[in-house]
Design a protein around this ligand. Sequence first.
Ligand SMILES: Nc1ncnc2c1ncn2[C@@H]1O[C@H](COP(=O)(O)OP(=O)(O)O)[C@@H](O)[C@H]1O
Ligand SMILES: [Mg+2]
Length: 246
Amino acid sequence: MKIVDAKNLTKYYGDLKALDNIDFEILKGECFGFLGPNGAGKTTAMSIIYCFMPPTSGNVRVFDMDVTENQSQIKSKIGVMPQDDNLDPDLTVFENLIVYARYFDILKKDSSRLAWELLDFVELKGKADVKIGSLSGGMKRRLILARSLINNPELLILDEPTTGLDPHSRRAVWEKLDYLKARDTTLILSTHYMEEAERLCDRVAIMDSGKIVTIDAPSRLMDLHGGNLEDVYIKLTGRKLKEVVV
Ligand SMILES: Nc1ncnc2c1ncn2[C@@H]1O[C@H](COP(=O)(O)OP(=O)(O)O)[C@@H](O)[C@H]1O
Ligand SMILES: [Mg+2]
């Protein structure tokens, strides 16, 4: 079953073409990755899927609904972990979850229970009453992951979930994502870490300058083109993924 179906998707910011007539389908229960360097269009593609902004042209259906017509219904079934930390620094860890729950009209008695469950899941129960400023980078990412799960989403969108994290914190996030995958949550993630794509993604879209060069399973791409995913990326785009990442 298709969770996302994008056809001829194009997005302009003024004169800049951020997405250039791309097509992709994302199936229920899979982990789908957008792979590419900064500026490739990963965040733009994901933002359109979660109805943050409309496409310039093309047809994007999510849960078989049009992203330009059924925003609130689509949003209610999606969790989003944005690229940048946008936690409220004036609130505690626990309060950040409670306030976010209001966007989904979750009742107060339910949101408190949910918040504790999610803090338990991301191993932050002991930090419930501290302000955001005293959390480490890894803790913040885990809290944002917890927050993205408050509406029990069928589809989870993760924009560079582990960028900037040390290897230990990165693995901690991966383990949580493994658990969600096992529960049949559909995951869409963007990354420029090859190891992350290989470890988590069932299929990846290799992106370069707003275009999708190919979509396939990481293992199949490596079989077809030889080497690791980094080598595949260089072969298909003529670029080194790591060099262009700042
Ligand atoms: N709000 C915006 N206004 C203007 N240009 C933007 C905006 N967001 C992204 N861009 C540009 O669109 C292109 C794709 O950006 P983005 O989707 O953020 O790529 P990625 O997430 O792969 O780094 C880049 O050239 C970026 O500078
Ligand atoms: Mg981005």
